[in-house]
Design a protein around this ligand. Sequence first.
Ligand code: PEP
Length: 251
Amino acid sequence: MRKPLIAGNWKMYKTSDQAVKLTAGIKAALKGFEGVDVVLCPPFTVLSTVYNIISDIDIQLGAQDLYWEKEGAFTGEISPIMLKDCGCEFVISGHSERRKYFSETNEIINKKVKAALDVGLKPICCVGETLEEREAGKTIDVIKTQLTGCLAGFEIGDALNLIIAYEPVWAIGTGKNATAAQAQEVHKFIRTWIAENFSQGVANSLRILYGGSVKPANIKELMNEEDVDGALVGGASLEASSFVEIVKNSI
Ligand code: PEP
């Protein structure tokens, strides 16, 4: 039985005051609520602020990115150890916006996922096809290439702490979500690929999140699918009411 996981990706939104307000709203509304792992992924600048609010409740902290070195002369970068130091347990890697705007390749994402696992962070590794790729019938090939590149060289033990997010690029921030059937088809492929490349045990326990215009109104339908274990939520995680409704509607 895989415990559902709902993660909010705040992207480049929320100053300190705004982050405090949002986090306090989520905390108050989810007090006593059980059965779902909830992860907040705010910008680096407010990681500690958010952590201080959620540290006494069962809500976890995640970062949106990391650099793969432990420390050094890498101006502007944040190491996995620094994220742990701020209270992070999770980190997103390979989000399509990083692939698109910051030229992140599967090789770079592989290094980031590995660095996260090395310090005990749980990486949420994102994969997903563009609209052009979907329309050309290449979705499964693209996902396979991304999984092969991002997870190259990993052992079964690594895969046990991994989370995969299927995020079709055409559904992110567009208001146009994949149908439950479209999500299930890709999630099933991912689970089968994990079974073939790691083990059936790892595949059975690995959580695969769907991301792309998840809202309170569509989460139930997506979660009804056998291989959808949660969601990575962008826009709808920026308001406490919509994020909390997604969490509550996910079980
Ligand atoms: C995301 O940022 O990962 C995402 C899925 O965004 P949205 O929910 O806004 O589509």
